[in-house]
Design a protein around this ligand. Structure first.
Ligand code: NDP
Length: 285
């Protein structure tokens, strides 16, 4: 058996086009502001992609660049100004931040109604409680991929490898909200291989190249690889041994071209949802 590819590039492009069509019919342009501090190479690339995708879909997008040595108070002032600006619907502060800035303090300064990354504790708490709110983009993108594959989640055994606040935890909460039976694994878990072998849906978000062996994959399982690891030869690789896993899985995401493009599309989706919710046009789901 060779798994079918869950093509995030194509699915993400379809979602962005659909969002663009909705934005074109709104009569206003949802405003997104991405704040980047310093010149971290990956951040430069990510922020550029986000800005380009937002503009292409008709959003009013601007990137705010601050120097590496901006004091924490300066960054907090920028966030407060964006909170107060009625033209701004979504605020994203690109991580990582320089060492002298406490990222948690900055994330908690963002107005939860404009928190399109979904990292504010109010939104994280709402998700954990099963309440509507803004949901982190990467796990939200994974849910789109699973829907696209036609995965029946109610009652399905789903395993999430990794428990970070930005991927693993919200991923598990979304799968639980979709009525899957969810197991979370982390660096202190025992019998990781055995737990993975029981998964009908496996989401790997660890950041260790090839950690998930091909023989950990149950025949026919849906494998979503969130990991992005840069190899010595400069190429990107996921957390899953791709070829070996592909020979057993039913569906699998490539790296790159799987989850990554969905993250950006979901940032736009969150910005549109925030814009509509702020105007009372929708309640968040
Ligand atoms: P973190 O480093 O914050 O979290 C990694 C998680 O993996 C932790 O929960 C950690 O456990 C767990 N872990 C580490 N080693 C092991 C191990 N040997 N066995 C079991 N669990 C382990 O990473 P992120 O969640 O931020 O990111 C994960 C990966 O996803 C990275 O490669 C990142 O680049 C990628 N990523 C991709 C995105 C995309 O758009 N495609 C977006 C965001 C991230 P513990 O909690 O016990 O330490």
């Amino acid at each position: 058996m060779t798994a079918r590819l869950l093509d995030g590039k194509a699915i993400g492009a379809g979602l962005r086009a659909a969002l663009g069509a909705r934005v074109a019919g709104l009569g206003f342009r949802p405003g997104l502001r991405v704040v980047r501090v310093g010149d971290d190479l990956a951040s430069v690339v990510y922020v550029r992609s986000k800005d380009r995708a937002a503009k292409e879909a008709g959003f009013d997008s601007e990137t705010i660049l601050l120097p590496d040595d901006v004091p924490e108070s300066g960054l907090l002032d920028v966030v407060r100004r964006l909170n107060a600006d009625p033209a701004v619907d979504g605020i994203l502060v690109q991580l990582p931040l320089p060492k002298h800035i406490d990222p948690q303090r900055v994330l908690e300064a963002v107005d939860p109604a404009k928190d399109v990354d979904g990292f504010h504790p109010v939104n994280a708490g709402r998700l954990a409680a099963g309440l509507p709110g803004l949901v982190p983009c990467t796990p939200k993108g994974v849910m789109h991929l699973l829907a696209e594959a036609g995965v029946a989640l109610p009652g399905a055994r789903a395993v999430v490898l990794g428990r970070s606040a930005i991927v693993g935890r919200p991923m598990a909460a979304l799968l639980l909200a979709a009525d899957a039976t969810v197991t979370m694994l982390h660096s202190r878990s025992r019998d990781i291989a055995e737990e993975c072998r029981r998964a009908e849906v496996l989401v790997a978000a660890v950041g260790r190249e090839g950690m998930v062996n091909g023989d950990w994959i149950a025949p026919g399982a849906v494998v979503v690889d969130v990991g992005i690891n840069r190899r010595a030869d400069g190429k990107l690789a996921g957390d899953v041994e791709f070829e070996a896993a592909r020979a057993r899985a039913g569906w699998i995401t490539p790296v790159p071209g799987g989850v990554g493009p969905m993250t950006i599309a979901c940032l736009l989706e969150n910005t549109l949802e925030a814009a509509l919710a702020r105007r009372g046009a929708i309640a968040l789901q």
